[in-house]
Ligand binder design. Sequence first.
Ligand code: NAD
Length: 490
Amino acid sequence: VFEPVYRLGSDGIPEFKAFVAGKWVFGERFAEVQSPIDGRVIARVSVLSRDQVEEAISAAHSSGRKAIRNYPGEKRIESFLRAAELMKETFEDFVRVLVLDAGKPKSNAAGEVKATIERLEKTTFESRAILGDYIPGDWSEETLESEGIVKREPYGLVLAIGPFNYPLFIPAAKVIPALLGGNAVLLKPASADPLAAILFIRILEVSGFPPESLGLLTIPGGLMDSVVADKRIRAITFTGSTEVGEHIVKTGGIKAYHLELGGKDPAIVLDDADLELAAEKIVKGMVSFSGQRCDAIRLILAQEGIYGELKARMLERLRGIEPKNPLEDENAVMGPLIDMKSADYIEEVWKDAVEKGAKPLTEFRRKGNYVWPLLLEVGKDVLPELRAFQEDVFGPLTLMVKVKDEDEAIEIANSSRFGLDAAIFSSCERRARRVARKLEAGSVFINEYPRHGIGYYPFGGVKDSGVGREGIGYSVIQLTTTKSIVHNFR
Ligand code: NAD
């Protein structure tokens, strides 16, 4: 299946093509892709020239848009189901690519491939969201003699931009609803680990989608401004940092945006919580994929009475967890951070916190881009000054704060500029629900750490964490608009 998308270079390293105007082509040069596991160059990826980017946009905008609209909905669904089957056959290839390219522990990589397959299969549910509405006119004097049909319409050409941390699932969760809604789509995968996305586009092509309706822009993020600003692109679905998200909106001007940005997810632990459960779930929420998840727990707000006990139980669990080479240890919980720069950043933010008075509860340990879990205790008065609180920290660093009661926890949680998710641990349903109602967050998890799986429940942020909702039956709404057709009978 994958043969047309790469060749082996003279040194045996695979050199990947991009997908432009329905064809696999090499770019004007290559960018090297390094494995975060050991820094080895594992592939070279085509960097498209300006002319090739123009060709991709122009083909998707002209013939691609028409081709996908003429490919009926039921055919699109058949193609998604075929793609799911093909991904089952190539499951191990995808897992291996995610381990090597993103440095994912094997279980995380396998989980991501499974989630992508399931997401392809669940488009059968998603299609229900695009049926549209019928609105009778007889509720208003002005429209008494008319009735309207509200039809879901594609935007035309959608640009999907994905982050490095779920380099397969997130592009899939954007491209699938874009196509399902009848749009042509150009995908820009993360530059750090673009390989799984390249293979995924190939799977969709083989599954029968009109080739011109798909495009793959493997160019560095910094060269994206003219693409983002291009008026032929009418909607952008972006997942990544708040800073890049904001830059995209400013550059893109008037378009539809779906933005999934950074988070600072708090876990609120009340004094009636099952502390063993809370410690287990919070530690998982901190360290899974080395905290390189938008929904990682970055702040623990624990009530006075149980603070010490929770801390002791968490430290007990954290003692046994360390980053490992995912190729050497298949059961690794933590692997490397995506690159050295990310590890340098975590170190900087940790130092800033310690200098400002935070107390390290775990020792700072780092070997290259492998960073051990970091837990810091901090007083609520200094918290707002810490970079670790203000910035979108993407790694295994979590702050722990003692709070008087749930109102204080809510106040601190809501003082963050982010509002992606939150977790509450309590044995009292009523108390937990009361807190949940007051939190400024897109999703609240009770007695669970924030995790979104295939997007069965919709998710997304408020405040600086984003705009719009991702999920089955929801993403397709973001990537389509409505047209009202009004019949007048007078
Ligand atoms: P990033 O913002 O650095 O990059 C994201 C993507 O944008 C990459 O493909 C990058 O090449 C591209 N890009 C960079 N500059 C661009 C520009 N000027 N124009 C257009 N595209 C540009 O993010 P990252 O480091 O890849 O991913 C980590 C970030 O993603 C974290 O901030 C995390 O919180 C966020 N994230 C959010 C969610 C969510 O659902 N809210 C999920 C996963 C990751």
